[in-house]
Write a protein that binds this ligand. Structure first.
Ligand code: HEC
Length: 129
């Protein structure tokens, strides 16, 4: 008795999970800043929007330092500004012009609109009379 078995080939559809590699890729770092951050090793500890060893630059920007103040903090870090973080080493090898470029860029990150996850639904309207 010959059994004819229909062979059903089920086409397996692969659900391709989209990989969110955004957190790792430094795509949010302009090329020139990436060059400087790599050269002076800032990149080992800092990202624009992500905490690593050091705080995210966007969080630094929120502190509203002047560009000059940031340059000074690169040369003379004040670890007490960032409780819960290890102290940053003084980066005195960074030429002033480059430190200033980094400072200007860091400060610019405060204005960049949050792309996602940063829903600002509750706008504080605390206006004390
Ligand atoms: C080995 C890790 C490391 C490296 C390299 C590093 N940082 Fe930091 N950075 C930190 C940590 C940790 C903090 C927070 C603690 C502190 O300020 O000492 C910090 C804080 C900062 C702050 C905030 C200062 C404040 O007082 O609010 C700025 C700005 C900054 N870093 C810029 C830079 C720049 C620019 C470079 C490269 C020239 C750099 N960092 C290299 C770890 C690092």
């Amino acid at each position: 008795m010959k059994k004819l078995l229909g062979i059903l080939i089920a086409s397996a559809s692969l659900a391709v999970a989209s990989i969110d590699a955004k957190a790792q890729a430094p795509s949010d770092i302009p090329e020139e800043m990436n060059t400087l951050m790599t050269k002076y090793t800032c990149i080992a500890c800092h990202r624009p929007n992500q905490r690593l060893v050091g705080p995210a630059y966007a969080d630094v920007a929120k502190k509203k330092y002047s560009n000059e103040e940031i340059v000074n903090l690169i040369y003379n870090p004040i670890p007490s500004h960032w409780p819960g973080y290890p102290p940053m080493a003084a980066m005195k090898q960074v030429p002033k012009a480059d430190a200033m470029k980094l400072a200007v860029w860091i400060n610019s990150l405060d204005e960049s609109p949050a792309k996602k996850g940063g829903a600002t639904k509750a706008k504080p309207k605390s206006k004390k009379a």
